[in-house]
Design a protein around this ligand. Sequence first.
Ligand code: ZN
Length: 122
Amino acid sequence: MQRIKKGDTVQVITGNEIGARGEVEKILVDWYVDRDNRRVRRNPDGDKLVVRGVNIRKKHQRPISQTRTQTGIIEREAPVHISNVMLVCPNCDEASRVGFRIEGDKKLRFCKRCGTPIDKVS
Ligand SMILES: [Zn+2]
């Protein structure tokens, strides 16, 4: 199960943007080919995240056709690797490790710092 989901707030823990926080906008799932079992598997540790306001790259986009509407200098978030960010607990507002707990028939994520569930019990 994924430790970080879309819509979560994460904090950067390494690199030159250390400490920056933002909301996860997109998860780029890492797939790899398992040749022995002849199938494609997902590798949760290889996922990358697009985090709002984090790792902004400037792209110089030349106008090449009428269909390309965004031209000039475009600022876009580049993906960051999942191991470079930590989930920010909504309860204690700290970057914290995520644990899993079975509640009924559901697997819930919880903050290892304060013990509060991150996902709402519905
Ligand atoms: Zn917490």
